[in-house]
Design a protein around this ligand. Sequence first.
Ligand SMILES: *Cc1c(COP(=O)(O)O)cnc(C)c1O
Length: 214
Amino acid sequence: MVDPSEVADRISLVRDEIIRAGGVGVQLVAVTKSFPRDAIAAAVRGGCDAVGENYAQELLAKVEEGLPPVDIHFIGGLQSNKVKSIAPHVALWQSVDSMSVIHEIAKRAPGARVLLQVNTTGELTKGGIAPHDVASFFDVAVQVGLVVEGLMTIGPTATGVSERERSFTTLRRMVDEMGLSACSMGMSDDFVQAVECGSTMVRVGSRLFGQRLI
Ligand SMILES: *Cc1c(COP(=O)(O)O)cnc(C)c1O
């Protein structure tokens, strides 16, 4: 069950924490994976800037049920064979980390807005392009006509302040060096530190909707 007024309260609290961390104009993406379509409606009513979904099938099922007007960001692991079906519904592709996906998005959604996902932690369990390869992925994405607005990363599993700082400052530095604008980093457990390090977009799920069962 999703209680819209509780979600709205939690959105306000997260926004307050973002401001206290020095964030100005930081976008709040409500991550609704594993939560029902109602969670998306509650996020929209509560004033989130966008909604994040991770799984193609789940997104399509929710679209089928009917969604309020909102920008949907795809933030999950992307396989090129899933791109076509969700392309009409995705406003921003946040998790782009392979050449085949770059080509497929360019084919199915010409001129789409994308972020390149960077693996800033070196953890093998996490997706993302190795930092030293990002420039060549960027060149290809631009060549095929995608609009690369910025970079995205998932912070370290380790909760230490210094591990997080290393990950987030790495991404922020890359965004600056490449002259990009969007720096998507920070989730429920680490968005305050991500904002302190210069995040422009946080992706928050469980803090808004409660624990996920899957
Ligand atoms: C699930 C997910 C989130 C949100 O995680 P929470 O800890 O629930 O806030 C953010 N970003 C990505 C890429 C995710 O997969």
